[in-house]
Design a protein around this ligand. Structure first.
Ligand SMILES: [Zn+2]
Length: 492
């Protein structure tokens, strides 16, 4: 099986090839049991499409407008050294001689499934039997996911931190159908290189020319090399036993239940050691970043109660504060440059805490038809309204600290209520953005303030009712209510 020519992509109507998905008139639906793997597959397909097409910005614009023909795909494929995309070697750098790998069940490749024994290894789904057989085709997306999206800590001391840092948020363009989505996340080579201004980085794949040394300098890593950057030597043991794959749901005559891996010794600029050694951040095209005095960091989900809407503005427009600069992912930046219109934004990632996965982000946001500054401001106005109300709500709750109770007790009440607002606001913000093309910025902001205010007041008054017989707390909450209601006076 070769990833650039053969059928390995699972869809609701069976397995298809990259060429079919990119050139067909059919809008295929990917079929993977976990949204995490679905997201990883989109990343993998866009990366493979970049390797095949190597488009310039102008060519990519053409593909997005007119589609990609079979002849164009074949012509581009002629220039690719296919051997490196064969299933036996794709992203599988062999273990060094004498190197002893660590074995693990295939389950471990799906972060969120609990299969560790250490006390801090917790997952989102506890049934290991939900994912203990994979077909050989699916090992590629599992392997890619391990390298790009799973935090090294989830593997304890044998875990490695990949080029994206592990646990980074992905922001992908979600277009009208699957092929346009893949093309919209394909990287325009000339534009990517022009932003980097690097003379001649090594563009050989890492399983063709493995990384050496202790520090993996970003300026040595070319686009294709970085898109499939390795953090582990890895091998999958394929057995001749039929299975129904737990990842894609298709029948297979062979199955995989275990894999062996050994981490690479060097450090990327995504780690502290790499930063200290001046490795610098490799600009992964799917990752928004934050630039601080201490270095460049991929944007990650914070904790279990974090919701993506709170940082959404910084995923679409650069934002500067005193201490940091947030920059949207390259694909978002590129999409604005392509100006083809009609894309939404998909935000995905894991929320990890040490060895545990405590949550998943998989949020789709409606975006304006055209991504110019003026239209994107409508988006940021909605987010700002949500953050403003959140701030007022927080200040209102702070009055409780004056009631004379134990600080821990009071902050417990506050945190629970704030998290409820943050969580409910996620749906409200996503709903409001459905109207982003139909409503002017002012009207949209007004509506956002109105709806989010009602949400905050509802949460607040429920708490007042709960503590109506607790006089000191009730009095404090009444004081706070005035702070919250001041939201009414804000001009939209
Ligand atoms: Zn499968």
């Amino acid at each position: 099986m070769n990833l650039l020519t053969d059928d390995f992509i699972s869809t609701t109507v069976g397995k298809i090839s990259l060429k079919e998905i990119l050139t067909s008139e059919t809008d295929y639906q990917l079929q993977y049991a976990f949204d995490e793997i679905q997201l990883a597959m989109l990343q993998l397909l866009a990366s493979l499409s970049t390797v095949v097409l190597k488009p310039s910005l102008e060519e990519l614009k053409g593909y997005l407008k007119q589609g990609l023909t079979v002849a164009q795909y074949d012509q581009a494929l002629d220039k690719v050294d296919l051997q490196w995309f064969d299933e036996a070697c794709f992203m599988r750098s062999p273990l060094p001689e004498g190197g002893k790998g660590a074995d693990a069940p295939i389950t471990k490749m799906i972060s969120g499934v609990e299969c560790g024994t250490s006390p801090n290894a917790l997952g989102l789904f506890s049934e290991i039997s939900n994912a203990d057989h994979a077909c050989p085709d699916c090992t590629h997306v599992l392997n890619y996911n391990l390298h790009m999206n799973i935090k090294g800590e989830c593997f304890g001391p044998t875990g490695a931190t990949g080029i994206r840092g592990g646990g980074a948020i992905s922001t992908l363009i979600a277009s009208k159908d699957i092929k346009t989505t893949i093309l919209a996340n394909t990287v325009a080579v000339d534009y990517f290189d022009s932003l980097r201004e690097i003379e001649s980085p090594n563009n050989k794949l890492m399983w063709q020319d493995p990384m050496q040394g202790e520090i993996y300098y970003a300026h040595h890593i070319g686009l294709e090399r970085g898109l499939f950057a390795l953090a582990y030597h890895i091998d999958f043991s394929v057995i001749d036993a039929p299975c129904v794959c737990d990842v894609c749901g298709h029948e297979s005559s062979q199955s995989v239940q275990e894999f062996t891996r050994l981490k690479y010794k060097g450090s990327y600029g995504s780690t502290k050691k790499g930063r200290d050694g001046n490795a610098n951040w490799w600009p992964h095209p799917f990752t928004p970043i934050t630039t601080k005095e201490e270095g460049i960091f991929p944007v990650c989900a914070r904790d279990q109660n974090w919701q993506s809407w709170q940082s959404f503005s910084s995923y679409v427009l650069a934002q500067e504060t005193e201490k940091s600069l947030s920059t949207p992912a390259f694909v978002v930046h590129q999409y604005r440059k392509l100006a083809t219109g009609g894309g939404n934004l998909l935000i995905g990632g894991n929320i990890a805490d040490q060895g545990s996965i405590t949550g998943r982000i998989y949020d789709l946001y409606s975006m304006p038809e055209h991504w110019d500054n003026d239209k994107l401001e409508r988006v940021t106005k909605v987010i700002d309204a949500g953050l403003y109300v959140k701030d007022r709500l927080s200040q209102a709750f702070n009055k409780m600290f004056g009631a004379g109770y134990d600080k821990k007790f009071v902050s417990g009440i506050k945190i629970t209520a704030m998290n409820q607002y943050i969580s409910n606001a996620q749906n409200i913000v996503q709903q409001l953005l459905l109207d982003v093309d139909r409503k002017e910025a002012r009207a949209l902001r007004k509506e956002a303030l109105e709806q989010l205010k009602i949400e905050a007041i509802t949460i607040y008054r429920a708490l007042m009712r709960k503590y109506q017989n607790d006089l000191p707390l009730f009095k404090a909450l009444s004081k706070g209510e005035k702070v919250l209601l001041a939201v009414n006076k804000v001009k939209a």
